[in-house]
Design a protein around this ligand. Structure first.
Ligand SMILES: Nc1ncnc2c1ncn2[C@@H]1O[C@H](COP(=O)(O)OP(=O)(O)OP(=O)(O)O)[C@@H](O)[C@H]1O
Ligand SMILES: C[C@@](O)(CCOP(=O)(O)OP(=O)(O)O)CC(=O)O
Length: 388
């Protein structure tokens, strides 16, 4: 018999101050604080349904329709942490069936582990009636997942305590604070990456000479400065810090032994293009950041969207714009007919173009996890299995 069923969705987040390195591998405690923007669930999200039943014979998890090993240590850690704080379902012997889908590529550097673990923990917390902070539980699934617990701009305080109880996510500003903030993701490659973030950061922490200064001096200062910039909606400072932190993070990777390279030629072309564009414009009009993969996330104010998209399409024209550009369709005509000002004309007329982008995703800053309706359930209550 089904005892309870809950379905929720959760967002992806993209860090502007990067988390890289752990002081505790098991609890997932970071060596530095980090800060991110939450991407809108209209465009990227995880949806998870969890059903509890007395007739299930084991806990089980299906990710994108495929059965996963729920005994994997990170899944067990979050399940056990939630169950130890349960206020519901405590008097009935039961198991749970979990079905989850990402509406974007999994394990491709688009932060699926962040939305995935956040959604899992948030949905479990609804099912088991867990109150109070749950970001520290999401953190035990994947560090960056704790920041997806809130909308807007979110920081993950590294904390000091050994048990990790103060290593939690805190909302810096809600999504309504800076609604003009847009994000364009240039999807260079959606294949699974060679070095996972987990492995990469462990190697960097052990070997990169840059780590000490980064954690002790650079990041603490940047955290203060970028929080202030977000508060004041100061895009010039926000963009400057964002690009510097991305550059430094990839420098940390390059100074790791053996070196780790997440960027490819296309990523480096994008970095160069954005730097040239900002310089020619006389101000920072958009800011790139790259996670542990070649895809570019570009933060920019809404007013610059048409110009920046038009610039990207000149250099990376793609085939059919209606599938290549995944964003508000009403922008397409304006992007295609955009005439740049004189000082930018040469940048908009590249000698060569590239077809190395898979697609361009356009989204904005959005809200945190959401409880959905029974009609959104991914599990068939009669069979207890994922719906096809
Ligand atoms: N919807 C989900 N529910 C539960 N777990 C998920 C979900 N989506 C992803 N995961 C977990 O996250 C793993 C992918 O994480 P990984 O760090 O390799 O990729 P990524 O998050 O897409 O990239 P990155 O963290 O570098 O941005 C999956 O193998 C799975 O264990
Ligand atoms: C480069 C990053 O995206 C690294 C994310 O690392 P993960 O959170 O995926 O790592 P684990 O805690 O080992 O699961 C930077 C960031 O999101 O802050």
């Amino acid at each position: 018999m089904v005892l309870a069923s809950v379905t929720c969705s959760a967002p992806v987040n993209i860090a502007v101050i990067k988390y890289w390195g752990k002081r505790d591998e098991k609890l997932i405690l970071p060596l530095n604080s980090s800060l991110s923007g939450t991407l809108h669930q209209d465009d990227l999200k995880t949806t998870t349904t969890i059903v509890a039943s007395e007739s299930f014979t084991e806990d089980a998890l299906w990710l994108n329709g495929k059965k996963e090993d729920i005994n994997a240590v990170r899944y067990q850690n979050v399940l056990n942490a939630i169950r130890s704080r349960a206020t519901k379902l405590t008097d009935k012997k039961h198991f749970v069936h979990i079905a989850s889908i990402n509406n974007f590529p999994t394990a491709a550097g688009l932060a699926s582990s962040a939305s995935g673990y956040c959604c899992l923990v948030f949905t479990l917390a609804q099912l088991y009636g867990v109150d109070g902070d749950i970001s520290a539980i999401a953190r035990m699934g994947s560090g960056s997942a704790c920041r997806s617990m809130f909308g807007g701009f979110v920081k993950w305080e590294m904390g000091q305590k050994e048990d990790g109880s103060d290593s939690v996510a805190i909302q810096v500003q809600p999504e309504q604070h800076w609604p003009e903030m847009n994000i364009i993701v240039l999807v260079v490659n959606d294949k699974k990456k060679e070095t996972s973030s987990t492995d990469g950061m462990q190697k960097s922490a052990a070997t990169s000479v840059m780590m000490k200064e980064r954690c002790a001096v650079t990041v603490p200062q940047r955290m203060k400065d970028i929080e202030e910039a977000i508060k004041n909606k100061d895009f010039e400072t926000f963009g400057d810090i964002t690009m510097k932190d991305s550059d430094d993070f990839h420098e940390v990777c390059a100074t790791t032994t053996p070196p780790i390279y997440y960027l490819n030629d296309t990523s480096r072309y994008i970095i160069n293009l954005i730097n040239r564009y900002n310089k020619a414009s006389g101000s920072i009009k958009c800011a790139y950041t790259f996670d542990a993969g070649p895809n570019a996330c570009v933060y920019l104010p809404k007013d610059n969207v048409v110009e920046v998209l038009s610039l990207f399409l000149k250099h990376f024209p793609g085939q059919d714009i209606s599938t290549y550009y995944r964003g508000p369709k009403e922008n397409i005509a304006a992007i295609e007919s955009y005439q740049p000002p004189k000082n930018l004309q040469s940048l908009f007329s590249p000698e060569t173009t590239f077809d190395s982008l898979k697609y361009i995703l356009h989204t904005r800053v959005g809200p945190g996890p959401i409880v959905l309706n029974e009609s959104d359930s991914l599990i068939d209550n009669t069979t207890g299995l994922p719906k096809l």
